[in-house]
Write a protein that binds this ligand. Structure first.
Ligand SMILES: [Zn+2]
Length: 329
């Protein structure tokens, strides 16, 4: 861990970022209208609208967590074209901009984690990481260190490319007009209700889910030395753990949930389901044996932490590849 921090702490400065006031205004409106929409959801909406709202939020959140985060940002597994198409559309429905931008900023966050160059710098607190960072412009020297972020896999992905080229058309049609029109057209919901609930409230929730993927550690993560049993202190939906810290060390592990659990959680369940249905393969995860071997080698000073982590990743990739071959035969 020490070595990782040391490596990240070099070359710390970041160019100036300014407040994008038009974006601030947009999100203020979205949140005011969205909160009104949530009130309407509980007081005035048709029951079908409530189910429809939950359905759309669920689909969008799958596109964000299992899709943009686990598949695209960290390549924790390989997906078939049908699944990629689904992820592209469900991510568009979430209304948080193209996958390419999302992945770029998330990879930057991982590469420069907790340094001045980290766009969602956790050291500056939850409010900065979750809200402020999303309202600021890109740093003035973005071009310089964007070169250090490897985006070749994303830039050559046809679904990501199509989404980026047609983003506004796709979002306005599939993410806005069709979803808002459906309740009015098919079960007689009022246009005002549909606009506030399916338009504003839904996008407010999906935007916050997207932002949470970058700030989750500050909500679900345990503080160093905290006296809680790991994974055993559920308070309402807050199941605090160290798994978020784990994600910043081994981000390619598909089992690591965005919101503090390991091998459980909703997005993980969806990924497991995709595996059973044959939509994904080459799933990378750290095995207990590899972790134990790595710890043993570190303890006997045969290897450094950095080398040990690289070895765990290499073994995980080899196992994933073998599974892919078995899947084909
Ligand atoms: Zn990540």
């Amino acid at each position: 861990m020490k070595e990782i921090k040391e490596e990240n702490s070099t070359n710390n400065e970041m160019g100036k970022r300014s407040v994008r006031w038009a974006v601030v205004l947009f999100y203020v409106y979205l949140h005011v209208l969205g909160i009104t929409g949530i009130l309407f959801l509980f007081t005035r909406a048709n029951w079908i609208t409530v189910f429809y709202f939950s359905f759309l939020v669920t689909i969008s959140s799958i596109g964000l967590t299992a899709g943009a985060h686990r598949l695209y940002a960290h390549e924790t597994f390989v997906a078939t074209w049908q699944l990629k198409l689904f992820i592209m559309l469900s991510h568009t429905l979430a209304g948080v901009g193209p996958i390419q931008d999302w992945v770029f900023w998330h990879r930057m966050h991982h590469k420069y984690y907790c340094t001045e160059r980290d766009p969602y710098n956790h050291k500056k607190g939850f409010f900065y990481s979750h809200f402020i960072s999303n309202l600021l412009s890109a740093p003035s020297d973005i071009e310089t260190y964007a070169r250090d972020i490897d985006m070749r896999d994303i830039e050559t992905d046809g679904y990501v490319w199509t989404q980026r080229k047609l983003y506004w058309i796709l979002f306005i049609v599939f993410g806005l007009l069709l979803p808002i029109n459906a309740p009015v057209e098919y079960w007689g919901e009022s246009l005002a209700n549909s606009f506030l609930i399916i338009g504003a409230a839904r996008l407010m929730i999906t935007t916050n889910i997207s932002w949470l993927v970058n700030s989750a550690l500050l909500v679900w993560g345990l503080e160093k030395g905290a006296k809680f049993p790991v994974d055993d202190n559920s308070v309402f939906f807050l199941s605090k753990s160290y798994w978020l810290n784990y994600h910043y060390v081994l981000p390619w592990d598909w089992k690591n949930d965005e919101f503090g659990t390991y091998e459980t959680g909703f997005a993980t369940f969806i990924v497991k389901m995709w595996r059973e249905l044959g939509f994904i393969n080459e799933m990378k995860t750290a095995t207990t044996d590899d972790v134990r071997n790595a710890l043993c080698k570190i303890a006997t000073s045969e290897t450094t932490l950095k080398e040990a982590l690289a070895e765990i990743q290499k073994n995980a990739e080899a196992i994933a590849y073998r599974e892919k071959l078995m899947f084909h035969h």
